[in-house]
Design a binder for this molecule. Structure first.
Ligand SMILES: [Fe+2]
Length: 146
């Protein structure tokens, strides 16, 4: 994981992410190691469903899918992602309306808080495989920023 402010390029410490309401933790990617961590998160935050999503460069509709995550948007529930493979880039709006970037890769667990504007894109490798947790399946509906 690498986190930094987009305007100053200053690196963000994990405590700064916490201050911004973003949860981050590095977790081993074997199911025996990560499932207890996810189970704990589920019980403490009320996440009830879990699935795995994968985006790969050979998907014919990849651009269409990515176009949904790319514009700035928010959700009415947390966006929980645990990266099992590949990489991705979250740009998240701070409480004071700046933007910071969190680059995630294998073993990164991130929670973007509900009602917080953000955008997501793949890296040039065009691949990510991650576990998602939801409080409600309707929660992943994006609400785009005007
Ligand atoms: Fe999102």
């Amino acid at each position: 994981m690498k986190a930094y402010w987009l305007d100053t390029k200053a690196t963000m410490a994990n405590t700064e992410l916490t201050d911004e309401g973003v949860f981050y933790r590095a977790v081993p990617t074997t199911p025996e190691a990560y499932q207890p961590v996810l189970d704990q998160l589920k019980s403490s935050h009320g996440y009830i469903t879990q699935d795995i999503v994968e985006l790969t460069s050979d998907m014919p509709n990849l651009d269409q899918i990515c176009a949904k995550f790319d514009p700035e948007h928010l959700h009415t529930e947390d966006e929980v992602r645990f990266v099992l493979g590949g990489a991705g880039i979250f740009d998240i709006r701070s409480r004071d309306d700046r933007m910071f970037r969190v680059e995630v890769e294998t073993g990164d667990l991130i929670v973007v808080p509900k009602n917080r504007n953000h955008r997501f894109e793949l890296t040039s490798a065009k691949h990510i495989r991650c576990v998602r947790l939801f409080q409600d399946m309707s929660g992943w509906v994006p609400h785009y920023r005007e």
